[in-house]
Design a protein around this ligand. Structure first.
Ligand SMILES: Cc1ncc(COP(=O)(O)O)c(C=O)c1O
Length: 345
């Protein structure tokens, strides 16, 4: 039995997603997103989100984020995000690169979340020297956060309200948007545009697809051409886009995305209970979805590793580790992990 809790990026693709690829593979189709699958994306996502939605399919989350931010932020503009945000710490400066030098500003906040007061303060502090300062333009929040926590719709709305106060645009890095919506039990709308999100990087690769992500732009927009130009210029317009689009359609059809994410979350919830019951190990943050961060002794983690459990020791720490559950994690794997944790106590 493989006991890999390192990352949902390491999970395979789901069967129904592979079926959609076979279906898209039967005959010729127009290239560069002019195919019958890509042409259905706007309609399908508009229906799912209950508002007009422009869909720009891409193959990585980094591209979705970077195109989104560059679309709405000028080179002299700044993007406010949590100090641990993936776009700030894990994308090798791609947003700055795509945005011709835009500035990323890290905001403090517990549990991986920005809060309205800090965000407001940070925006206020960043202006004041007129043309000499960067111009605050955009905010970005990650759902689920890099600490494994989930923003409630009210928290998203509070941050978006601060953005509006300063006439900024709101972006969400939804690499694990499915896990968040499944955890919250709310509608996709409530976790996005209805709470003030203007652009959403809608992740799919971590939850059953592969090389399939989408930048969603909500409402009436004149940003489509800009986003499409940025996608082409950055080498992300796939000639065989149909394979990305077919996956995205299959992913949202009949609630597959939430079914897969719900399963991952339920496995994670069992592990949360096992950590709570452990005499030494403790949860690093209020875990809400499929990523669980655990504080423990280096010796404890070493014992787990010896039991054949694979997990991700957080870079720079020997007492903090991440355990990630995917749509493919089986009940048996979860039980084995929980048992191994209990025995290593
Ligand atoms: C929160 C978050 N955002 C964005 C990404 C970027 O995705 P990709 O690796 O497909 O570029 C990741 C990848 O792990 C992520 O965890």
């Amino acid at each position: 039995m493989e006991l890999n809790f390192r990352s949902d990026n390491e999970a395979p693709a789901a069967g129904k997603i592979l079926d959609s690829l076979l279906e898209a593979n039967r005959r010729t189709a127009w290239s560069y997103g002019e195919d019958q699958w890509s042409n259905r994306l706007d309609g399908a996502f508009s229906e799912l989100f209950g508002t007009q939605t422009t869909v720009i399919p891409v193959s990585t989350g980094t591209a979705a984020n970077s195109i989104a931010l560059a679309c709405v932020t000028p080179p002299w503009g700044s993007v406010f995000c949590h100090r641990g945000a993936h776009i700030l710490t894990d994308e090798c400066g791609a947003p700055e690169f795509f945005g011709n030098g835009l500035r990323m500003v890290g905001v403090d906040g517990e549990n991986g979340k920005m809060v309205a007061a800090h965000l407001r303060e940070s925006i206020r502090r960043s202006v004041g020297h007129g043309v000499h300062s960067y111009q605050p333009t955009t905010i970005s929040m990650t759902q689920i956060t890099e600490a494994g926590t989930v923003y409630e719709p009210a928290e998203i709305a509070a941050l978006s309200a601060v953005a509006k106060e300063f006439q900024l645009t709101t972006h969400m890095d939804g690499a694990r948007f499915a896990n968040a919506v499944a955890a919250l039990g709310c509608s996709p709308a409530d976790s996005s545009w209805a709470s003030g999100v203007d652009l959403l990087s809608f992740g799919a690769s971590k939850n059953g697809c592969f090389g399939a992500e989408a930048l969603l732009i909500f409402g009436e927009t004149n940003l489509r051409e800009r986003a499409e130009r940025l996608r082409k210029r950055s080498g992300h317009l796939l000639s065989k886009m149909r394979y990305v689009s077919a996956q995205l359609l299959a992913y949202i059809e009949d609630g597959l995305w939430l079914e897969l994410a719900g399963h991952a979350n339920r496995q994670a919830a069992q592990f949360v209970e096992a950590v709570k019951a452990h005499p030494e190990a403790r949860l690093e943050s209020t875990a809400g979805a499929n990523e669980i961060f655990v504080r423990w002794t280096p010796a404890g983690f070493a014992a787990l590793e010896k039991a054949g459990i694979q997990f991700f020791l957080w870079p720079g720490y020997d007492d903090l580790a991440r355990f990630v559950f995917s749509f493919q994690t089986t009940e048996e794997e979860t039980v084995t992990l929980c048992e191994a944790l209990r025995r290593s106590g």
